[in-house]
Design a protein. Structure first.
Length: 366
């Protein structure tokens, strides 16, 4: 079986045109996205926790929500949860408006606590703009309301800001993992589908049935060779992204390749299914593209699935590429250990078993 595995690798290496295009397409996207400047000011995500519920705090919320630099969400009283999201890099800003701690009739009351603005360390330019704008908004609100109504201090103590150190993850860092998944998916599906379809048309598969070689050894050799190509492909894409365009990998590279191998198994199984349903190599290529292209756009390769309309974000969760990309980004961008991605790994494992069962059922030699 080892000899067959090595023979498959040699045949794939000799097919220089197919190997070139398998690497060129995702590398082209890496270059295109790497040339764009995505680390400009951009839009930040802010969570507002309003403990006061006063007219002044509502005025602050309304004006902050109108800032073009921010996508604002009110978080109720979930301050602990919001702080956790900020520390993990899932949130850019957290504005905490404290409850009134003085009574309008109490002359000896302590001055109210200031509004707290927390932000991650990922975008210094935007942080400076947001900090200054929020301070101006709070000052205006303080000027228009009595101190007892305004849950902030006066003077320079209106806003207390603090920068929270977080791992800096750029848009290109996120897209790079999407391109890894995209390259693995397209090459695994289309390559194996066209290859098996070609062998069937040339009656090579039929001839294998009359040889002493167990057919399972041939299939294992094919899958093993394609897994090696997938790992090499992922290494090249990541290498170009990191060395040429300065992408940052915060997690363990070994875990990334484990996820790549598991995802590749899913798409290789899909490729076997496509090869069984297509009569010619051209049909296999077309059918493989018809399956891969929707996943490329709907599984979050370039943009978050939350931006999709209607029920499409939920549909995206059912695609096999989605858990692979989530796991890759959790490890590579979030620095998570592999075992923290067990829900996504379990979904991928289910896809491996499901697609493997279907491929075994529909696979044909003639």
């Amino acid at each position: 079986m080892t000899a067959l595995f090595l023979a498959n690798l040699k045949m794939m290496a000799r097919n220089r045109q197919a190997t070139f295009w398998a690497l060129f397409f995702p590398l082209l996207l890496v270059v295109v996205f790497g040339l764009f400047e995505f680390n400009n000011v951009g839009t930040g995500r802010m969570w507002i926790v309003d403990h006061a519920g006063s007219p002044a705090s509502q005025q602050i919320i309304a004006k902050v929500a109108a800032i073009n630099l921010l996508h604002v969400q009110e978080g109720g009283t979930g301050e602990a949860r919001a702080r956790q999201h900020l520390a993990q890099g899932d949130l850019d800003y957290l504005l905490i408006i404290p409850a009134q701690n003085s009574s309008p009739t109490s002359a000896q009351a302590e001055p109210p606590a200031p509004v707290t603005l927390l932000y991650g360390s990922g975008n210094a330019d935007r942080n400076q703009l947001v900090d200054g704008t929020v301070r101006h908004i709070v000052y205006e609100a303080a000027s228009g309301f009595q101190a007892a109504q305004m849950p902030t201090a006066t003077g320079d103590g209106l806003v207390k800001s603090q920068e929270i150190p977080v791992a800096q993850v750029s848009y290109f860092d996120m897209v790079l993992m999407g391109l890894v998944g995209l390259g693995i998916m397209t090459n695994s599906i289309i390559s194996i589908a066209v290859r098996i379809s070609t062998y069937r048309n040339l009656s090579i598969l039929k001839r294998l049935l009359v040889t002493p070689l167990p057919i399972w050894k041939y299939l294992v050799g094919e899958v093993g060779a394609h897994l090696v190509v997938a790992l090499v492909q992922a290494a090249i894409i990541i290498g170009v992204g990191v060395l040429v365009f300065g992408a940052r990998i915060h997690g363990n590279l070994a875990w990334i390749f484990v996820i790549v191998a598991l995802g590749s198994l899913v798409f290789l199984n899909i490729g076997f299914i496509v090869s069984a349903w297509s009569r010619t190599p051209a049909a296999a290529s077309g059918m493989g593209n018809a399956i891969a292209l929707p996943m490329m756009f709907f599984a979050g390769t370039f943009f978050s699935t939350a931006a999709l309309p209607w029920v499409l974000p939920y549909v995206a969760q059912a695609l096999p590429l989605t858990p692979m990309l989530v796991a890759l980004r959790d490890v590579a961008n979030g620095g998570e250990p592999l075992w923290n991605t067990w829900p996504q790994l379990a979904i991928l494992g289910g896809w491996v078993l499901g697609t493997g069962a279907v491929a075994t059922k529909v696979f044909r030699f003639n």
